[in-house]
Design a protein around this ligand. Structure first.
Ligand SMILES: Nc1ncnc2c1ncn2[C@@H]1O[C@H](COP(=O)(O)OP(=O)(O)OP(=O)(O)O)[C@@H](O)[C@H]1O
Ligand SMILES: [Mg+2]
Length: 262
């Protein structure tokens, strides 16, 4: 039976991304080779919001880079769902934000549209709308160095969303902001995700953030990284951090992360 038929029978959404037994080894001329990822199996459905937590150095960024096509896997297969293409409808928000310092905020946000030959007036209109939705109205003509860290993150998110991505890869995008800004950005991202119905793969160190945002939380093992545990988050949004189900999940995920049995 084909994948399509199985999907119909199960009334499942189509697959956005599938990884089978993916492995990655870094080799250098001077040092020993380093196995970053081993036997990573992952299936993400279209429209899913999947969060990924794991210790520093376990291979999270490496995994996103493989999915984004910035690097290649040494083992296994990586398949993108129908209609998903690198350089077209996959966007990446990097761990360290990557705005062009010589471009204003609005021209950073509209850069991807310029590359796709979208006419100037449409670019400006779309960028202005996005900047309003991430709370950067009035900062269109500012340069990145004139923004705070949280504002730069917002601009980077607007930049990623400008191309209306079907798949959004986010690598600790809220890592460098204070707690209240982080909560605000989480709420904003949840709303944008619900409006745009994109598939999101979101890396974080923060268990609370992983539960607030995700339909599923994947827990990575220490290096070589692989998916050690998966937790389905069946809580209504917006999520109540004080709910017993939330705190129970928090403890279970923290236990899984520390490598203890649950
Ligand atoms: N280009 C590279 N060349 C050699 N080794 C690399 C390269 N990129 C990553 N590594 C190594 O692979 C391992 C995984 O790195 P990666 O950046 O994926 O971790 P991470 O889980 O994203 O960590 P963090 O939470 O600190 O961002 C690390 O040991 C790192 O040193
Ligand atoms: Mg990383």
């Amino acid at each position: 039976m084909t994948h399509g038929k199985i999907n119909n029978l199960l009334k499942e959404k189509p697959i956005a991304l599938e990884l089978r037994k993916v492995g990655k080894v870094f080799r250098s001329d001077t040092g020993p080779k380093l196995r970053a990822l081993e036997n990573v199996n992952l299936r993400v459905l279209q429209g899913e919001f999947v969060t990924l937590v794991g210790a520093t150095g376990c291979g999270k960024t490496t995994l996103l880079n493989l999915i984004a096509g910035l690097d290649t896997a040494d083992e296994g297969n990586l398949c993108l769902g129908q209609g998903l293409r690198f350089g077209d409808n996959i966007a990446h928000v990097f761990q360290h934000y990557t705005l062009f310092p010589w471009r204003t905020v609005v021209s950073n946000v509209s850069f991807g549209l310029q590359m796709r030959s979208v006419p100037r007036s449409e670019r400006q209109a779309r960028a202005a709308k996005l900047l309003a939705s991430v709370g950067l109205e009035g900062f269109e003509d500012a340069y990145p160095h004139e923004l705070s860290g949280g504002m730069r993150q917002r601009a980077a998110i607007a930049q990623a969303l400008a191309i209306e991505p079907k798949l959004l890869l986010m690598d600790e995008p809220f890592g460098a902001v204070d707690d209240s800004t982080r909560n605000e950005l989480q709420e904003m991202l949840t709303n944008l995700w619900q409006e745009n119905q994109a598939t999101i793969l979101f890396v974080t160190h923060n268990i609370d953030e992983a539960i607030v945002l995700g339909d599923r939380v994947l827990v990575f093992s220490e290096r070589p990284g692989r998916i050690a545990r998966e937790f389905k988050i069946d809580l209504p949004r917006p999520r109540d951090r004080m709910a017993k189900e939330f705190t129970d999940l928090f403890i279970r995920i923290r236990t899984a992360l520390s490598g203890q049995l649950d």
